[in-house]
Design a protein around this ligand. Structure first.
Ligand code: ZN
Length: 247
């Protein structure tokens, strides 16, 4: 089974469409989304509609929950708060209903999925050794998928040692051996210095459907179109600028 894992789309429709064009050309069976469908970007309703239609599994992220009012907006400062307020004002009923039904974690055969981390599926970042060790300790499936940090990451453990680190586009890791914790990076607002949309290809063609390969993918998209939409809609300029730098 081939799965495209997307996370942190953040209402960036041009990035999402570019990724889906590659997904459609690549013969994938399923799309899994690790949350933060909306927030920061200019096309929340369209991104929610596409993911409602296409994703087999979609998690709720902290931005989705803030926009819904399930988390108080004071949790966000400055640009994130301004973008969340703008999103609240334009979110349509269909998008709201879709987001309302999402949870921040899910379990599928052989895989645990979290927006943040197993310690705290909404807010915690797996960016430190402690967070990684505790995330492995708190889970049991061979594969753990997280989003939220917007940084592509591949970690593994044999129960004792922790191996791996950030993952550039093209990086390929084998599944079915040591347990793995992978973060696909962000489709709509990458923060690792590469502005291309980040996502993860999982190919579990092994007989037990647990072995196979995971490949970190990067996809070019017209950043300037998303930036133009953000400026037209009055979203904070710093949020538009960072897309071109991938920060
Ligand atoms: Zn996010």
């Amino acid at each position: 089974m081939r799965v495209a894992v997307l996370s942190d789309v953040h209402a960036n429709l041009h990035a999402l469409q570019a990724v889906l064009a590659e997904v459609d050309a690549g013969g994938f069976d399923e799309i899994w989304c690790l949350g933060d469908v909306v927030g920061y970007g200019p096309r929340p309703n369209e991104c929610a509609a596409v993911l409602r239609e296409r994703a087999t599994v979609c998690l709720a992220g902290n931005h989705d929950l803030v926009v819904l009012g399930k988390i108080p907006i004071i949790a966000f400062v400055d640009d994130a708060g301004a973008a969340a307020r703008w999103t609240q004002a334009i979110l349509d009923d269909d998008a709201r209903a879709f987001l309302e039904a999402l949870e921040p974690s899910a379990t599928l055969p052989g895989v645990e999925l979290y927006h943040g981390s197993p310690r705290d599926p909404v807010w915690d970042y797996v960016l430190t050794e402690d967070a990684a060790r505790e995330s492995f300790a708190a889970t049991s499936e061979p594969l753990v998928l997280v989003g939220h940090s917007h940084i592509a990451l591949e970690l593994s453990t044999d129960g004792l040692r922790l191996l791996g680190g950030t993952a550039d586009g093209g990086k390929r890791v084998e599944l079915g051996g040591p347990r793995r914790l992978l973060n696909p990076g962000s489709v709509g607002q990458p923060r690792d210095g590469d502005p291309r949309a980040a996502w993860l290809e999982i190919d579990r063609s092994g007989v037990d459907n647990k072995s196979g390969w995971a490949t970190f993918r990067r996809t070019d998209y017209p950043v300037e179109l998303t930036q133009a939409e953000m400026r037209e809609k009055g979203l904070p300029e710093t949020l538009a600028e960072r897309l071109a730098q991938g920060v």
